[in-house]
Design a protein around this ligand. Structure first.
Ligand SMILES: [Zn+2]
Length: 191
């Protein structure tokens, strides 16, 4: 009997290398000739419709899903189960994701996921918070602060504050900042 799979979550602000780390774990399985599956939410169309792509344009083919339940349905439809599954941009998924991924680990499959821990309002994303609590390993990444240049950015700041907390975007919309710079900018903007 197979053991229970390990759940790993890679989290942090924008531009902290979450997807890069996710794909580097995926590469390790591939190098070991293991079978993997990569999923991403339908909402994230920044670089490519069917691939998971890093900011440096390294990419791997991914299956696009609308709801968390679709991950489980697809998994269950497979005759040959993967050794590991990878889910990018988990903060875009519904609250079912935790249950779905737990079910898959119970089947002996390792699960790696990546996503933002906080919105640009410095508030937790529930799905990520849930995954962080049930994970075997939490990898919290930092980015370089766009304002002061220090490698201590833990927050994402939205330079154009419209479109809500689940608004897809890149450098034209979001920057990574440290907490001190975040507070400074908010004050300057009169919040
Ligand atoms: Zn800073």
């Amino acid at each position: 009997m197979k053991g229970i799979g390990k759940l790993t979550i890679i989290t942090g602000p924008m531009y902290s290398g979450k997807t890069t780390e996710l794909l580097s774990f995926a590469e390790i399985y591939e190098l070991g000739r293991k079978k993997i599956l990569i999923f991403k939410p339908a909402i994230d169309t920044r670089y490519s419709k069917d691939d998971v792509v890093t900011h440096k344009m390294f990419k791997m083919p991914a299956r696009v899903v609308g709801k968390a339940q679709e991950i489980l349905e697809y998994y269950e439809s497979l005759e040959e189960k993967p050794d590991a599954i990878f889910v990018d941009e988990v903060h875009f998924f519904d609250g079912n994701l935790t249950k779905v991924l737990k079910t898959i680990t119970l089947d002996g499959v390792d699960v790696y996921c990546a996503g933002l821990d906080m919105s640009y309002l410095w508030e937790p994303f529930d799905v990520t918070a849930q995954l962080m609590s049930i994970a075997d390993e939490v990898i919290k990444k930092k980015a370089v602060c766009e304002v002061c240049g220090e490698y201590n950015a833990t927050l994402s700041y939205k330079t154009r504050a419209n479109g809500g907390v689940l608004d897809v975007g890149g450098k034209e919309k979001y920057i990574a900042v440290c907490k001190e710079c975040y507070q400074k900018i908010r004050k300057e903007e009169g919040h």
